[in-house]
Write a protein that binds this ligand. Structure first.
Ligand code: ATP
Length: 329
């Protein structure tokens, strides 16, 4: 008996999206291909302006593609919008809820637009909002507001959930509770496509990650696959230029040398032996295996055609991407 691979929950082929027309037009999405396997969490990771929202809006059926094809559960999100909308939940980056309504009234209003909605009390409990049910929307903190947005996105028990930066602006505890919720959705069989610029969010959630830069997907796979394909870094300072170096990509900037190597341990051993044999002191020696952070930094550096930043000056292991990128600039 032959088995066929499950149809992707979301499939994107040759997607292009242009804003404006003529000489003023700008192409924000430049030929994206993407498959999201059913029952998985797929993250789109990229810096501000990479094209994540522009892509997601087409998948959500909120904007037409300039070119290419998108299918959600086998359906066209624009032409088959009513059918797609019934089976999907969408969290936009910004919601436009009225500040005068209470949280409960907001959820009741939203429930009226959804086929077979969850009971409002269940939605309140799901997002830990029961105690805030009678507070007006304008009185909520940013994190509480975001939880109302998420409650609305999940109101119709969607098969496919699209979340645009679900945890931006949330405190660490709220972020973790959203992560739990997203994992629960997967456990219940839903498919989740989410955009983020948090590296720790990708590491916590992603079955598959697509890294976007300037409207294109430039890396894709599991975090482990992406990291395994990336070189490790060795850096040190020495005024001695005659030191023989192991094979790999070398950059020298004054006294600083940065090596990019595929196999860290033998390269490091060779370097240490070479330094000992030549009587060279390697100051501020540092060796780092590849990480999602180093992949991301190198992807960002490729954007400018600039060399990857000095690993000595990289920041903490899981900072927010925008903070990481301050190092690159
Ligand atoms: N309505 C618009 N008109 C013209 N350009 C736009 C419009 N919306 C977005 N852009 C541009 O398209 C590019 C991609 O924007 P997009 O919002 O898709 O990126 P993003 O990766 O989602 O960024 P962020 O993390 O900031 O949300 C950016 O250069 C942005 O300035």
């Amino acid at each position: 008996m032959t088995t066929t691979a499950a149809q992707p929950a979301v499939s994107i082929r040759g997607l292009r999206r242009r804003y404006g027309s003529g000489t003023d037009s700008f192409e924000a999405v430049r030929g994206v291909d993407l498959d999201v396997a059913p029952g998985t969490i797929h993250t789109l990771l990229g810096v501000n302006g990479a094209g994540k929202t522009s892509t997601l809006e087409v998948v959500e059926g909120l904007a037409p593609a300039s070119e290419g094809e998108v299918r959600v559960l086998g359906l066209d999100p624009v032409a088959d919008r009513p059918a797609v909308r019934r089976r999907t939940g969408v969290l936009l980056q910004r919601s436009g809820f009225v500040g005068d309504l209470t949280v409960r009234e907001t959820l009741q209003m939203w429930a009226a637009t959804v086929t077979s909605p969850r009971p409002v009390e269940e939605s309140l409990a799901l997002l830990d909002l029961t105690d805030r049910a009678d507070v007006r929307m304008r009185g909520l903190s940013g994190g509480e507001h975001r939880r109302v947005d998420i409650a609305c996105a999940l109101m119709g028990r969607p098969e496919v959930v699209m979340l645009d930066e679900p945890t931006t602006g949330l405190d660490p505890e709220s972020r973790r509770s959203v992560w739990e919720l997203v994992r629960d959705l997967r456990q219940q069989g839903a498919t989740v496509l989410l955009t983020t610029h948090y590296l720790d969010e990708v590491e916590a959630l992603a079955d598959c990650v697509s890294i976007m830069r300037a409207g294109e997907i430039v890396r894709e796979g599991t975090v482990a696959q992406i990291v395994a394909d990336h070189p490790s870094h060795i850096s040190f300072r020495t005024p001695d230029r005659a030191l023989p170096l192991p094979d790999g990509d070398h950059d020298r900037d004054g006294e600083l040398t940065v090596l990019r190597v595929t196999d860290l341990q033998p390269a490091l051993t060779e370097l240490l032996v070479s330094a000992r044999d030549h009587g060279v002191v390697l100051e501020r020696l540092s060796a780092r295996t590849a990480s999602l952070e180093s992949v991301f930094l190198d992807v960002a550096a490729e954007r400018d055609g600039a060399p990857a930043p000095d690993p000595e000056h990289r920041s903490a292991p899981h900072p927010e991407t925008d903070a990481v990128l301050e190092d690159v600039r």
